[in-house]
Ligand binder design. Structure first.
Ligand code: NZQ
Ligand code: ZN
Length: 389
């Protein structure tokens, strides 16, 4: 086991029904020019845009806007935002939305004053560090799933190259503050809500299914998975259940604010495949993960058998009596499948508009990694074919 790490997370979290009331105070730490970044308009429909603009005006800020940040944000959008930042000497990027808006804000901040000729290649392909000045980011989260509100992740799609790539920036590019009001997620459509929920599940599984050591982080993740399953059922039964929405929101943040990853080897192969699936289909991230996960885990579970047995018994209460380890592990994955179906998540690639012709390209452009069983491109293709059936 590699118990050898530095943990540092500078994001201030302001959580609760009245959390927006703290925005004005947070704004006082920054200069006058604010870039208000948001998506396709949901924040206008729920009245949040008007409330935020009113607070910005009260705080005497000059407001510049970057709107229409799309799900699976593109590098072209990043370039547009970086131009605005330079042109208007932006002091703070205020990202209001889900993971896509927040990821885009981090990318804009990294690229705006970059000395690199080709920031896409430097940061998302070569993973070079950012050592030049960046613009601080604040967030108001409206959709739960990615954990982007408290991490350095920034997943960007380069449409010309057909590549969707994530990278993790260092602490300078973590949001300085994030406002988390579970009520702002009431309006998220069910499809997006369950997509975000599976994203959380996947973040936990990508970290849990690695290593064979006795590790505190695994116990923490088991608690988070149990809470997630329980609050998913409650939120599906009643989308306005504040307690369930709060638990979902905080579980999402804890699942990927890097805390539970400390001392874990981690996998991330499902994410790597999904990102390329997204580059070809533009599907909702969590739905892509839901489709890929079962064929992937059914392919690799024998290589990490004891952990899959533990997943079955601890998370899904599978009774081990009279069963082989393989049977217990399979029963755990069957329970995960039932959860996916009962929650209304996607189960085949066809539902996500993938075509058979795309599969090889997706397989060949996915990064190779894997914890219990490193895969080849050919093995990824076989898994994708299973997802397509
Ligand atoms: O664009 P608007 O109109 O705001 O609509 C959005 C969008 O269509 C809508 N929505 C958000 N809040 C809403 C709402 N609709 C009604 N009411 C609200 N309150 O939901 C749709 C999806 O939003 P998006 O931000 O795309 O979803 P999500 O938060 O799942 O973000 C997905 C992106 O994050 C990346 C994904 O790959 C994907 O590009 N990820 C980022 C990570 C990170 N930074 O650490 C890690 C993840 O694994 C993931 O890869
Ligand atoms: Zn994810």
């Amino acid at each position: 086991m590699k118990f050898d790490f530095t943990y540092y997370n500078p994001t201030k979290i302001i959580f609760g029904k009245d959390s927006l009331n703290h925005l004005e105070e947070e704004l006082s730490a920054f200069g006058p020019n604010v870039l208000l970044a948001y998506g396709g308009g949901s924040i206008k429909k729920i009245g949040l845009y008007d409330r935020v603009v009113e607070i910005l005006k009260r705080a005497k800020k000059n407001i510049f806007e970057l709107s229409k940040i799309m799900p699976n944000p593109t590098y072209r959008k990043v370039t547009e935002g970086a131009f605005l930042v330079r042109n208007h000497h932006i002091d703070l990027i205020l990202a209001v939305g889900g993971g896509s808006v927040i990821d885009c804000a981090k990318a804009i901040s990294a690229c705006a004053y970059s000395p690199e000729k080709d920031p896409w290649n430097a940061y998302w392909i070569c993973h070079r560090p950012v050592s030049h000045p960046v613009v601080p980011i604040g967030t108001i989260l409206t959709m739960v799933g990615t954990g982007s509100e408290m991490n350095g992740g920034s997943v960007i799609t380069n449409e010309d190259e057909k590549l969707k790539k994530g990278r993790v920036f260092s602490a300078d590019l973590y949001p300085t503050f994030s406002i988390l009001n579970p009520e702002l997620t009431y309006s998220v459509p069910k499809y997006q809500m369950v997509s975000g929920i599976f994203d959380i599940f996947s973040h936990l599984m990508e970290q849990y299914f690695s290593g064979t050591d006795e590790n505190t982080s695994d116990y923490v993740m088991e608690g988070l998975m149990k809470s997630l399953i329980s609050s998913t059922k409650q939120a599906l039964a009643n989308p306005l259940d504040y307690e369930a929405r709060s638990n979902l929101m905080w579980t999402a943040t804890l699942a990927l604010n890097t805390l539970v990853g400390c001392s874990k080897e981690q996998d991330w192969e499902v994410h790597s495949i999904e990102h390329q699936l997204g580059a070809y289909t533009d599907c909702a991230h969590g739905m892509g993960l839901a489709v890929i996960s079962l064929p992937y885990y059914r392919y690799i579970y024998r290589y990490g058998l004891d952990r899959f047995v533990r997943f079955a018994t601890e998370i899904w209460n599978v009774h081990p009596e009279g069963k082989t380890k393989e049977e217990i592990a399979e029963a755990g994955l069957d329970a995960l499948e039932k959860f996916i179906k009962e929650s209304g998540m996607a189960t085949t690639l066809k539902e996500l508009n993938a075509t058979e012709e795309m599969l090889e390209k997706i397989a060949n452009s996915s990064d190779l990694g894997g914890a219990y069983k490193p895969l080849s491109h050919e093995e990824i293709l076989q898994i994708l074919k299973k997802c397509y059936e």
